[in-house]
Design a protein around this ligand. Structure first.
Ligand code: C2E
Ligand code: MG
Ligand code: MG
Ligand code: MG
Length: 285
């Protein structure tokens, strides 16, 4: 590595930038073929209610088995999003997750809700509603068992258009969740205008629980805020008993995290369903 001296800082910068751009281009080229090659799969992470620890649903999480093995979503999703590839990939995710939910429902494994991540560009795409209809129609899944997770960033560009689109999704029977809440820049005044059922508190707030009193105060305030807006609350990234107990005491509705279950391939996720009492009411209808 070149030494960090004022004189060659620019050279160093250009070299690293070029490498980064080459990496990106290479990844983009591979990503554009990954759908056709069948290199994507979905993992499913269980969510449960905090009071009874009953499984209520799953979040579908995208995995890419690329040429060098499994590539984490945090590395390839930003590239896919910037290049526009996340729109066709997200379309596949919608279809696949709806199909999987329908298969579990048909197999008598209860009626877990399937939560599906929607990228900002996917949500704003003119064909987005058509893609939702397509996934619902082709799978035949009950829309009341599907939840779409949308981040704050996707909602703020054109509030009126966002509200209209969300209202239409709700009319179809879908649930809507706001994902990674607290990491974006949403205005709290706006929040109540969006027809959202559920708020997912970002993992970073849960991780900081117990480190100081402020961390706890923020999480408690988020739970109260969501409830006062008529939303249920899911805590993300719950890893240990102490976090779980705090959240239960504070009235948080649901949790998702390694402390309950890791993201699992479909077959292993189905095994979690098998041990649930059958016919028990699951999800929040
Ligand atoms: P997310 O939607 O917030 O998903 C939760 C992430 O937290 C998942 O990471 C999950 O594995 C991780 N997680 C859950 N519980 C714990 C825990 O207890 N401890 C720790 N350390 N981590 C936990 P993953 O699967 O790597 O996904 C990362 C992000 O990639 C997701 O964050 C989401 O923003 C995005 N993503 C994943 N799949 C899709 C997809 O199909 N479409 C879109 N648009 N984005 C996706
Ligand atoms: Mg999510
Ligand atoms: Mg999240
Ligand atoms: Mg998150």
């Amino acid at each position: 590595h070149a030494q960090r001296q004022p004189g060659n800082a620019a050279v160093l910068y250009t070299d690293e930038l070029m490498l980064e751009q080459q990496d990106r281009l290479l990844m983009e080229a591979r990503l554009s073929q990954a759908l056709d090659k069948g290199e994507f799969e979905l993992f499913y992470q269980a969510q449960c209610d905090l009071q009874g620890r009953q499984l209520t649903g799953f979040e579908a999480l995208l995995r890419w088995r690329g040429p060098e093995g499994l590539i984490p979503p945090d590395r390839f999703i930003p590239v896919a999003e910037e290049s526009g590839l996340m729109v066709p990939i997200g379309r596949w995710v919608l279809q696949q997750a709806c199909r999987q939910a329908k298969a579990w429902h048909d197999a008598g494994l209860g009626k877990p809700v399937m939560a599906i991540n929607i990228s900002p560009r996917q949500f704003q795409h003119p064909d987005f509603m058509a893609m939702v209809h397509e996934a619902l129609d082709h799978s035949g899944v009950d829309p009341h068992r599907i939840e779409l997770e949308i981040t704050e960033g996707a909602m703020m560009d054109d509030a009126e258009a966002t509200i209209a689109k969300m209202a239409e999704l709700r009319r179809l029977g879908l649930h809507l969740a706001i994902d990674d809440f607290g990491t974006g820049y949403s205005s709290l005044a706006y929040l109540r205008r969006f027809p959202i059922n559920r708020l997912k508190i970002d993992r970073s707030f849960i991780r900081d629980l117990g480190q100081d009193d402020e961390g706890a105060a923020i999480v408690q305030a988020l739970i109260q805020l969501a409830h006062s807006l008529g939303m249920t609350v899911v805590a993300e990234g719950v890893e240990d008993d102490r976090q779980e107990r705090c959240l239960r005491d504070w009235g948080c509705d649901m949790m998702q995290g390694f402390g309950y279950a890791r993201p699992l391939p479909a077959r292993d996720a189905a095994a979690l369903l098998d041990v649930q009492p059958s016919g028990a009411p699951q999800g929040d209808g």
